[in-house]
Structure formats: structure tokens, C-alpha cells
Design a protein around this ligand. Structure first.
Ligand code: SF4
Length: 356
């Protein structure tokens, strides 16, 4: 068998397997670019089980490009709440507006125009182009890296520049250009269901007879990783202030995590601080100048793990006098406590709110 024939065989085995084993998902079989786009963005860094309901809620609330573009950003973030990686929601919103302005409200059809949308990278552009417009673009995501690295026993780490290039070439090489959408979905589905990271089901795999890692008995040695991501620890101290049925929040506006989500007044410290250390700190005196008659109560300590950070968060409940509240109104948004649930917040704040 020559090289071309073996590549054809890979794709044909993949697609036959996919035909019989693919999961029935609400965005499958719909060749509508908006639907595929939303599903692809939700499924980045999110498992299908977790993203499923979010997808349904998102499409119900924003059924088309226009409704998404016209929505206030807070509404988009609220629907996204708990899913993490909030830049995805902000970018979806910005891209919908971009489509309204630059493409007259019609989803673009060329790969380069799709790639020009905010938050759309090469993977997403290839997925939409191939699945919806049948363009011969190969997708390379975590599932594809894993399948390819095992199938061809590639010992180049996928997270290096040369590794990325190599995997992109391999993916392109085996692509079925006549059925790119089906081929791409088949290889991703195989990675998600059979060629899984920890316990691959090689006995169920359509590629087993030609898989080099399987032949060598080294399936779990692939993919090769360059090194583990170092997770930085951060220490957050939140102050939940209640006064006459009102509380105080702030919109995060930096380039830090959780941009544009709402949270309680916060002091970030370099290490874990106890209440006494906080009360003696300059930061607290700046944040809430009038604490003389304030009553502080430590409510809970929560640990929240993100991809690059571990956040240790202490939540304090504070009762303040009128003067203290007057100072706060200059820096924070005063809202009725009962309306707190209407604001988009991080999963960490949401976890805290569930405890009170
Ligand atoms: Fe992955 Fe095993 Fe199939 Fe090889 S045989 S592609 S390792 S599931």
C-alpha cells in the first residue's frame, strides 16, 4: 500500500466508525454557521457534558447573530456564568457585532473572513469552514493531537512551534478533502470517546491495526508533553457588605482574569492573611476608610483552581455604619442585595453565594 492509499484508508476507517458511533448532539447535522460557531466556542476548554446545557440556553436566549449583537454584554456574561474562560463570551459578543457591521449581518463564508472574527482562531475557523462550507481545512485540537501522536508515534511535543507545525501538516495530510467536515468530526470524536488520555479503548478503535503506538505497546507514552504548566497561587480577600438591604459590588475591568464580571470589594494579598492582619493593612484602610464601628465576620475560605492559578479566597461579611457606606458609594456600585443574582459573577463568587 502506498502512502496516499494508507492516508485514504485512515480517513475511510475513521468516517465509517463515526457514522455508527457518533453521539447525538444538538449542534450535529445542522449546517448553520451560527449554531456551529457557538458550539465550537463553548466546547473549547469545556467538556461536552458540561457545555451541553449552556449551548441550549445560549441558543434559546440568542437564537441568531442579530439578537447576540444587540444584547448588553452583561446578559451574555450572565448566560456564560460558571463556564469559565469568559473571554470566549466577550469575543462571541464582539464578533456578532463585527458580523453585523462588516458583513451586513451574514456569517462570512471564506476561511480568511471567518478567521478575522474576534476570538476565532485557526481551529475554530477550520471547524466552521469544513463542517458548514465543506472547505478542505483540517482541524487540530487536543483530541486530534492525541490521536495523531499515537497513530504515528510522534515524539515531538505538541505545544512547541515545530510540534504545532508538524501536527498541522499531519492533519492536513490525512484529510479527506471531499468530506472534510465529516473527517474532522470523526477524528475529534474518536479522540473524545476512544483514544482518551488515560484509558484509551484500543480494542474498540478502528485504527488499531495501523496504530504505531499500539504496535509498540506504548500508547500511554503519547502525546509527549514539554512540561507541566506552573500554577501560581493567589490570595483574595472579599468583603461582602450588607447595609439596610443593600450591598456593594464592582465590575472587574483589568486585563486580569474575570474581566467585566462583578465581585465584592477585594483585597489581594501576597499570602494568606488573617482578619487581624487585614484590619491592620493599609489596603483595607484605603478600601473601606471608616471601619471603626464595623463588625467583621469570617464566613468561609474557598479554594478555586484555574488552569494557571490556584486562588485561595476568604470571604468576610461586614456590617458598616452610615459613614462607612457613604465612603463605599464613591468607589463601588450600590445594589439591592436581592438583585445580586442578576449580575454575572465568577464561579468562585457563585460558590460563595450558594453558602449564604
Ligand atoms: Fe488511540 Fe489505541 Fe486507537 Fe491507537 S489504537 S489510535 S492508541 S485508541
Amino acid at each position: 500500500m502506498n502512502k496516499k492509499e494508507s492516508d485514504k484508508l485512515i480517513s475511510s476507517l475513521l468516517q465509517k466508525w463515526y457514522e455508527h458511533h457518533k453521539r447525538s448532539l444538538p449542534w450535529r447535522g445542522i449546517r448553520d454557521p451560527y449554531t456551529v460557531w457557538i458550539s465550537e466556542i463553548i466546547l473549547q476548554q469545556t467538556r461536552v457534558n458540561q457545555g451541553y446545557d449552556y449551548f441550549l440556553r445560549f441558543i434559546e436566549k440568542f437564537p441568531d447573530i442579530r439578537s447576540l449583537a444587540n444584547a448588553p454584554e452583561d446578559d451574555v456574561l450572565k448566560i456564560w456564568q460558571g463556564l469559565g474562560y469568559y473571554s470566549r463570551a466577550r469575543n462571541l459578543h464582539a464578533a456578532a457585532r463585527q458580523i453585523m457591521e462588516k458583513f451586513d449581518g451574514v456569517f462570512p463564508v471564506s476561511y480568511s473572513d471567518i478567521l478575522s472574527l474576534k476570538g476565532v482562531g485557526e481551529y475554530t475557523a477550520a471547524a466552521i469552514s469544513s463542517i458548514v462550507f465543506n472547505l478542505p481545512r483540517a482541524v487540530v485540537d487536543g483530541n486530534v493531537y492525541r490521536v495523531l501522536s499515537r497513530l504515528f508515534a510522534i515524539d515531538e511535543p505538541a505545544d512547541t512551534t515545530s510540534g504545532k507545525k508538524l501536527f498541522a501538516e499531519m492533519a492536513k495530510y490525512i484529510l479527506d478533502e471531499r468530506h472534510p467536515g465529516n473527517h474532522n468530526q470523526a477524528i475529534m470524536e474518536l479522540g473524545a470517546l476512544v483514544c482518551t488520555p488515560k484509558q484509551p479503548q484500543c480494542h474498540l478503535c478502528p485504527l488499531q491495526t495501523i496504530c504505531l503506538a499500539f504496535e509498540k505497546g506504548k500508547v500511554l507514552d503519547f502525546p509527549v508533553k514539554r512540561g507541566k504548566t506552573i500554577q501560581r497561587e493567589r490570595f483574595f480577600n472579599y468583603f461582602h457588605i450588607e447595609h439596610n438591604g443593600y450591598t456593594y459590588i464592582k465590575k472587574r475591568d483589568s486585563s486580569d482574569i474575570w474581566k467585566n464580571l462583578y465581585e465584592f470589594p477585594l483585597i489581594e494579598t501576597e499570602a494568606k492573611y488573617d482578619l487581624l492582619q487585614l484590619q491592620e493593612s493599609k489596603e483595607l484602610a484605603t478600601l473601606i476608610p471608616s471601619t471603626d464601628s464595623a463588625y467583621f465576620q469570617h464566613k468561609i475560605r474557598l479554594k478555586h483552581v484555574l488552569s494557571h492559578r490556584i486562588i485561595h479566597a476568604d470571604f468576610y461579611r461586614i456590617e458598616l455604619n452610615e459613614q462607612g457606606c457613604f465612603d463605599l458609594e464613591k468607589k463601588f456600585i450600590k445594589i439591592e442585595s436581592a438583585s445580586l443574582s442578576e449580575y454575572p459573577v465568577s464561579r468562585l463568587i457563585h460558590k460563595y453565594l450558594e453558602t449564604i
